[in-house]
Design a protein around this ligand. Sequence first.
Ligand SMILES: *Cc1c(COP(=O)(O)O)cnc(C)c1O
Length: 362
Amino acid sequence: MRLDRQYLSIKNDILRDIDEVLSSGQVLQSKHVAEIERKVSKLHSTKFGIGVNSGTDALKLSLRACGISAGHKVLTTPLSFIASSSAIISVGASPVFADVSDDMHPDAQKYLEIMHTEKIDALLLVHLYGRLYDYSEVIDEANRLSIPVIEDCAQAFGANSGKRHIGQHVDVACLSFDPMKVMAAYGSAGMILTNSKHIDSKVRKLRYHGRDETREFVEVGDNSQLSSIQASILLTKLKRHSVWTHKRIEIAKRYNEAIKDIGGMRPVEQGNGNHVFHKYVMLVEETKRDELVEYLKKNGIGSAIHYSTPLHKVSFIENKIGKITLPNVEKLCKMTLSLPIYAELTDLEVDHICGSLRRFAG
Ligand SMILES: *Cc1c(COP(=O)(O)O)cnc(C)c1O
């Protein structure tokens, strides 16, 4: 991710946005916030959008709005960024983990099995790397059992699964505008999407000290606001969103092409829907992965691992839930590798990355 390169291409607009907000004198709860809420919820075809201070806050406030608190159990994935599970723990609940399939996808059968054998109070379904996974079987069963469903779409801005869009048939979906995400604010920011009037008004209260529409403080809330400067920057970036996404998709195609005939390397399956390639993730033979990281580094290419530690092995989570073994995710965490992917990556740089992967393989 090179926000500096992106900034060069939009500098005049961004400086105008900041100037407009500062000149208006209203830096919180301004019309920019209402406008980005409207536009982002429209883009994802949900009725309501509520801007908050981060994707992590979006998860925490959503859990609270779904009634999750101390002693509750939330079924989720062990393969994600720490926030997916720490949000659950921070509201007092415990994560229950469904291992991923052996090709790194959510395993619907595991979710169903756990929902049928344990008392589960909510589902927190994560969509990784820019792909909206098809969780429809799991969502249908949760709806049948009246278990609330929260989607963590922090990495899936603008994605759809082909069958379903973000927030559809679930209680609430959470977005992140962290600077590392595809819709990147210049600071922390996030949004909650929902079709439920009840959750919309609940979250609006929780994000500002429990204040209701009559400006009375009616419950304990947080202070988690989306700043007007970030909102106005996001409005400008939203206009470029589809062009940038298209560029990332083109880069992903070139990586797919470059590694398709290399033994011991393969892209994580990308599905048929609209994958926005927040990350480009591949699986590398366990014995070669760290060597490849070093080789790329020597050739001036940054790479990253998403994720090196499955969440059930993070110490504070293990302390909460006890020691468990989840074989698929533990193996996959030793194989995963992410390549650079952002719209400003040049053709020459992509050539160099593809060539380096082929040379490494010999
Ligand atoms: C980034 C991320 C979050 C947290 O979003 P922030 O805006 O950084 O708080 C939550 N879940 C996943 C899967 C993420 O990638």
